[in-house]
Ligand binder design. Structure first.
Ligand code: MRU
Length: 374
């Protein structure tokens, strides 16, 4: 993705080839700061503190975290310790576990002397695969945008609403929900994005607006509560969001507030799509509400707002009376019945078990553990 006009990824290997670079997303868009992660503890901290975030990206950073741990000590004990530490960093996005399992599967049966190199190699491949997957999501999703554009007057934009940041900054590159938007824009299709601010952390206002702006995609930030109103007035042509975990039956867990947008879209006949890379699918879960652990984050994210001060620094202000109780569930689940389509790397699918299993019969979470096999 273009960043200051230069193509950049959200995670990279540093010139020493063993430490890992990320952008500190807690400071965006006000400051552009790069961070160097030197071990699995750094990686786990960056994920837990949301210096790095977004389901696919935390998977990629965790993969490198495990590689850095094996570089320091390639024993089974250290593999298990680092795996558990990284897995505990955030509970909801299944990409984290998927990526750690991918690394573990590669190194488990190797001699200790070969483990670190093999882990870095697989982590690099996870990053490259993420970009390839998102490119395919973009191509399939672009066709949906093209179909809407064909019904518009020449030059009239396709208006797309998105929630949170399922963009370049949430993945290695291109994004999931944003990939169709970037590809459509680059192909000369007029698009305009309504960006939900996404309280409490404002990933839409801070991150999605930042990256759309860097790429020159027309956009408008709206308060989270404005989406339903805009839909009732015919100003949204489609919704595209990302996912942190999608169950075998097609329930979509994503940033808190997504469900309300899906309800409003359903009521107004606005198509509701989910950009979905296959590592986000979890066939071992079925009912999203019952089966997916929802991260509870600090109440301070609700009781305060972070932004640029008039003096140009980054400041935090409190927006509730002192001592007010607050609650901060970070994700919600949109039932499959409200989802128009899942835009995956293998095409746009119905949000159903039949469609997901038919498209991804080789998915790792479909494999039964040996003891469960007949
Ligand atoms: O808590 P975050 O900022 O990590 O949540 C991110 C989201 O909810 C994204 O929409 C999701 O990870 C999809 S990312 C392509």
């Amino acid at each position: 993705m273009k960043f200051g006009g230069i193509s950049t990824r959200s995670v990279w290997r540093e010139p020493d080839r063993w430490s890992v670079g990320i952008l500190d997303q807690t400071l965006l868009p006000w400051r552009i700061a790069r961070l160097k992660l030197r071990n699995d503890a750094d990686a786990a901290h960056a994920i837990a503190s949301m210096q790095t975030r977004g389901a696919p990206l935390i998977g990629a950073v965790a993969a490198y975290g495990l590689a850095m741990a094996l570089r320091a000590d390639s024993s089974d004990e250290n593999l298990h310790r680092a795996y558990a530490k990284l897995l505990a960093a955030r509970p909801t996005a299944i990409n984290l576990k998927w990526a750690l399992d991918e690394i573990s599967a590669v190194v488990r049966h190797l001699p200790a002397s070969q483990r670190a190199e093999a882990a870095y190699h697989r982590a690099d491949a996870i990053c490259d695969e993420d970009v390839a997957i998102n490119t395919a999501i973009g191509q399939h999703g672009k066709r949906l945008i093209e179909a809407v554009a064909a019904r518009k007057q020449p030059g009239e934009p396709v208006n797309i609403l998105t929630h949170c940041n399922a963009g370049w900054l949430a993945t290695v590159d291109l994004g999931t929900a944003t990939a169709p938007i970037y590809l459509a824009h680059d192909a000369g299709i007029a698009v305009h994005v309504f960006v939900d601010e996404t309280r409490p952390r404002n990933q839409g206002a801070s991150l999605t607006a930042f990256e759309l702006g860097q790429h020159g995609v027309p956009h408008t930030v709206i308060a989270d509560n404005a989406g339903g109103h805009l839909m009732r007035h015919g100003r949204i042509d489609m919704v595209i969001v990302g996912s942190d975990r999608t169950t075998g039956r097609g329930d979509v867990c994503n940033k808190i507030g997504t469900y309300l947008k899906a309800l409003a879209a359903f009521d107004n006949g606005v198509p509701f799509y989910v950009g979905l890379p296959s590592p986000t699918i979890d066939f071992s879960s079925d009912d999203g509400v019952a089966d997916i652990p929802i991260e509870e984050r600090s109440g301070a994210e609700v009781s305060t707002v972070t932004g640029r001060t008039e003096a140009g620094g980054v400041g935090i202000v409190t927006v509730v009376p002192d001592g007010t109780p607050v609650e901060n569930p970070a994700f919600d689940v949109t039932p499959a019945r409200l989802v128009t389509g899942l835009i995956t790397e293998r095409g746009v699918l119905a949000a159903s078990r039949e469609a997901l299993e038919a498209a991804f019969p080789d998915h790792p979470s479909l494999r039964r553990p040996p003891e469960a096999a007949a």
